[in-house]
Design a protein around this ligand. Structure first.
Ligand code: 13P
Length: 349
């Protein structure tokens, strides 16, 4: 593979015990929804302010090894330093600001989901056309890895076998293009936790999804050593009774052990709508039970990392330092969970 050395270096910079990935790649409608909840209008300027706050958070690099950015953010300069010191203004891109604290910049490259034609209940993600050309530009802007998300809703008959195969094919084609262009692919098949299904049903669907994904990755010659997997944890549906962390860990690890080859260096869970404390507690249990796993068991959380910080920020410059503190605190608690050393009592510390 042409870019094997480059890909290996990126894996080494991202896969480290106790560090994980921050997902800050919300699409325009999604970030507008998050901002609406705190009464902030979503504009180029407010999105830049928020994402600058994230990547310039002092000390974040200790716990975070990668950040997933949205296309707009990758092209922006960071609002930098001045809000804290009131003095310096530097001109550097978001990607440079992240890497200044050894946080590898990456980019979400999929273009979101549409219904899979003639297959009721299945979704599929768009964005493969022209992907190689886009990746070359993102690479010049500093991105070293990419992310693509396929989404599976659980219904009485969904997802179908056909739907799972179509989605797996997209993920594998995306991952192959990334590796051919020298960007590490994060492969994200997300089985949603929306609905009233129990944890067994979520496990059954997640297992079938992961199996289809790894079959497709193999078919498309993707080097498993040079990718990261971003799966959902196995959970009961939102409208079902909550499961204990040890139950979540047991179900999640069983599915992953059955389906994910040991060659994959790291599994970085998405938070998927779990409350921040819940996502940390579950990660901790997964690391405690998964002590002898072949893969690192880490995070690629969006909401569960950002939520408290966002609610502290409220779009106001005077809240910047407090919001950054909230972010670093959440990242540190997840760091503890990656070591299997988290305790809820630490939430109050
Ligand atoms: P959540 O952790 O909020 O689910 O976001 C992760 C992500 O990147 C979804 O694509």
């Amino acid at each position: 593979m042409q870019y094997a050395t480059e890909l290996e270096a990126t894996i080494n910079d991202m896969v480290q015990k106790g560090r994980g990935v921050l997902a800050a790649d919300e699409s325009a409608p999604t970030i507008a929804k998050r901002f609406k909840a705190i009464n902030v209008e979503s504009s180029e300027a407010t999105r830049r302010a928020w994402r600058s706050l994230l990547v310039t958070t002092p000390g974040l690099g200790e716990y975070i090894s990668g950040v997933i950015l949205f296309e707009e953010t990758l092209g922006q300069n960071a609002v930098d330093g001045d809000a804290i010191t009131m003095t310096m203004t530097r001109t550097r891109t978001m990607a440079q600001a992240a890497w200044a604290q050894k946080i590898v910049p990456g980019i979400k490259v999929d273009k979101g989901t549409i219904p899979l034609a003639l297959s009721a209940g299945d979704l599929v993600t768009q964005g493969l056309d022209g992907l190689a050309e886009r990746l070359r530009i993102y690479k010049l802007q500093g991105a070293r890895f990419a992310k693509w998300r396929e989404v599976y809703e659980i219904g009485p008959k969904a997802p179908t076998q056909h739907g799972m195969q179509a989605n797996a094919e997209m993920l594998a084609r995306y991952a192959a293009v990334c590796q051919a262009e020298g960007l590490v692919p994060i492969v994200e098949p997300e089985v949603l936790m929306d609905g009233g299904h129990d944890i067994r049903r979520h496990a059954e669907v997640t297992e079938a999804v992961q199996q289809a994904v790894f079959e497709a990755l193999r078919r498309h010659h993707v080097a498993l050593e040079l990718m990261l997997l971003k799966p959902n944890m196995v959970l009961p549906g939102k409208d079902c009774r909550r499961a204990r962390a040890d139950e979540v860990a047991q179900a999640t690890l069983q599915v992953l052990r059955r389906t994910v080859p040991a060659a994959v260096p790291s599994i970085n869970f998405l938070s998927g709508g779990q409350a921040p404390e819940e996502a940390t507690e579950n990660l901790n249990a997964i690391n405690q039970q998964g002590l002898n796993s072949p893969w690192l068991l880490s995070i690629s959380y969006g909401r569960a990392l950002q939520k408290t910080a966002l609610n502290t920020w409220l779009g106001k410059a005077e809240n910047l330092a407090a919001a950054q503190q909230a972010l670093v605190q959440r990242a540190r608690l997840n760091h503890m969970a990656m070591l299997g050393e988290y305790d809820v009592a630490l939430e109050l510390a």
